[in-house]
Design a protein around this ligand. Structure first.
Ligand SMILES: *Cc1c(COP(=O)(O)O)cnc(C)c1O
Length: 478
């Protein structure tokens, strides 16, 4: 093994290259409980473990890179939402991460499930979810997707355009089916988060505008249809949101719309969905509200709004994805190379290259998302240095963790663990550079080793099987 020895005088310069929020950790080996799943820890041997299984054993059995999902932690977070919002419906947003097994957990824990494509819908159905507890989203649902949803009788289709309403009516007339729908509205709220994941300001593809009257038109259209049962309205204001201010504005505007609809039609719609977007801690700069305090403020906001408008409090639903699955999962990588790079400022940055990258986590490249990381196969007493963890792809933007302190002896062969990798990592993964996607492994409940595959690792042969040829050489992948 080669070791990086960074001279003492370099430390201050290297630190100067980091962002202001990133402070030198007191203990570079510690796992901040706000970031990691409930049963993750570091054993006496210095190796990180989860539910009693060490990361080195997991990598030996399942290969690297690997996502490791803590089932007990997943179920606990699902129950926390269910209980905090008792009397309301919690729809797990399957787009964050969904397999048949995950759908079965959601079913067992008594939550509902949101899907936004036919692929997600069929996964939820095959996982055993009751169709009545499934929602179907999407701004451009295909005929096949709508047919599947209507034929199994999903609880709600969240409609997003007049074209879609026409398509649903036509399908229903042809088949005798009936559609339960909610109208997706844009509440004109810009959530305090990165631009590309804020979805309720006006200039984006989702929803009907409340401001220009389009929402009311769509609602009346559904209400007056003989084959559509309009249940209510839906608003999703963004993702990775830390406070309730945005939800408060959205609740006020949607409740006002419900009041106007009642004035116009005499009908009080029974349902309001306030969407998802509850933030989680990816680094120690993030401090999300607890689910309990979130629930208390949302209840208060909605109750006050209803009272002020002389409306019954509607039946509320929410759609957390990231906040349930995000912290349950760590991504494990193996270090391949360690390279000091001189910066213009004269400082140095240590580039740590791992065996995955933007194909298994696109969020840093797509949203400038921040992550943290630790060396997971050993504890180290060597002074931390500022590092950048990068992937193996042919792209300079292939960054996994932009800035993190790792022990100065970080070396090829070390295992890097990244917490908070459960949401939008595997689900957004690609095969860029013909890189097969990693496996997702579940670690069980309790201290006895209990692991199983939620999604198997792709092989090069899986990728080649999509390519019809011609094959003019007998060479095989080793
Ligand atoms: C993405 C999305 C969610 C889930 O967002 P999270 O940030 O994972 O909580 C919920 N509802 C809708 C409509 C979405 O598009």
């Amino acid at each position: 093994m080669t070791h990086m020895h960074v001279a003492g005088s370099v430390h201050a310069d290297v630190a100067a290259a980091g962002p202001q929020w990133l402070t030198l950790p007191d203990d570079v080996n510690a796992l901040d409980p706000a970031l990691w799943s409930g049963s993750a820890g570091r054993g006496h041997d210095g190796i990180v473990d989860v539910a009693g299984v060490s990361v080195t054993d997991l990598l030996a059995e399942y290969g690297s890179p690997l996502y490791v999902l803590d089932e007990a932690d997943f179920r606990q977070r699902a129950r926390t939402f269910r209980d905090a919002f008792a009397g309301w419906d919690v729809y797990y947003a399957g787009k964050a991460f969904l397999t048949r097994t995950v759908a079965s957990w959601i079913d067992e824990e008594g939550l509902c499930l949101d899907t936004c494509t036919g692929g997600e819908l069929i996964t939820a159905l095959q996982g055993g979810m009751d169709p009545a507890r499934i929602g179907l989203h999407g701004n451009n649902k295909s005929i096949d997707e709508l047919k599947l949803a209507l034929s199994v009788g999903v609880g709600r289709i969240i409609v997003d355009s007049l074209d879609e309403i026409t398509r649903i009516e036509k399908l229903c007339r042809e088949t005798g089916w009936h559609a339960r729908v909610m109208v997706r509205v844009t509440a004109g709220v810009e959530a305090h988060t990165h631009e590309y994941i804020a979805t309720a300001h006006e200039d984006q593809k989702f929803g009907f505008s409340i401001t220009n009257g389009a929402a009311m038109v769509a609602m009346v259209r559904c209400h007056t249809s003989d084959v559509i049962d309009l249940q209510g309205i839906h608003s999703h204001i963004g993702s990775q949101i830390f406070d309730t201010a945005g939800f408060e504005v959205a609740a006020r505007r949607t409740m006002k719309l419900l009041e106007q609809f009642r004035q116009a039609t005499g009908t009080a719609l029974p349902e309001l969905d306030l969407g998802g977007g509850f933030g989680i801690a990816y680094t120690n700069q993030d401090s999300p509200a607890t689910v309990e305090s979130l629930a208390a403020s949302l209840r208060e906001i909605v109750t006050l709004e209803a009272r002020g408008r002389g409306l019954e409090v509607p039946h509320i639903s929410l759609e957390p994805g990231r906040a349930i699955v995000g912290p349950t999962t760590m991504a494990l990588y193996t270090v391949g190379t360690v390279k000091p790079v001189d910066l213009d400022t004269g400082a140095q940055r240590i580039y740590v290259s791992v065996d995955g990258g933007m194909s298994d986590n696109i969020r840093p490249a797509l949203y400038a998302a921040e992550y943290s990381a630790v060396i997971a196969n050993r504890a180290s007493t060597v002074t931390p240095v500022l590092c950048r963890i990068v992937g193996k792809h042919c792209e300079a933007g292939d960054i996994l963790v932009r800035d993190v302190y790792l022990p100065g002896d970080v070396s090829p062969g070390d295992v890097i663990a990244v917490p908070g990798a459960g949401a939008y990592s595997r689900s957004m993964a690609s095969n860029y550079n013909h890189v097969p996607r990693p496996a997702v492994v579940r670690v069980g409940i309790g201290d006895h080793p209990d692991t199983s595959v939620l999604l198997r690792r792709e092989s090069i042969d899986d990728l080649l099987s999509l390519d019809p040829g011609p094959v003019t050489s007998e060479v095989q992948w080793p």
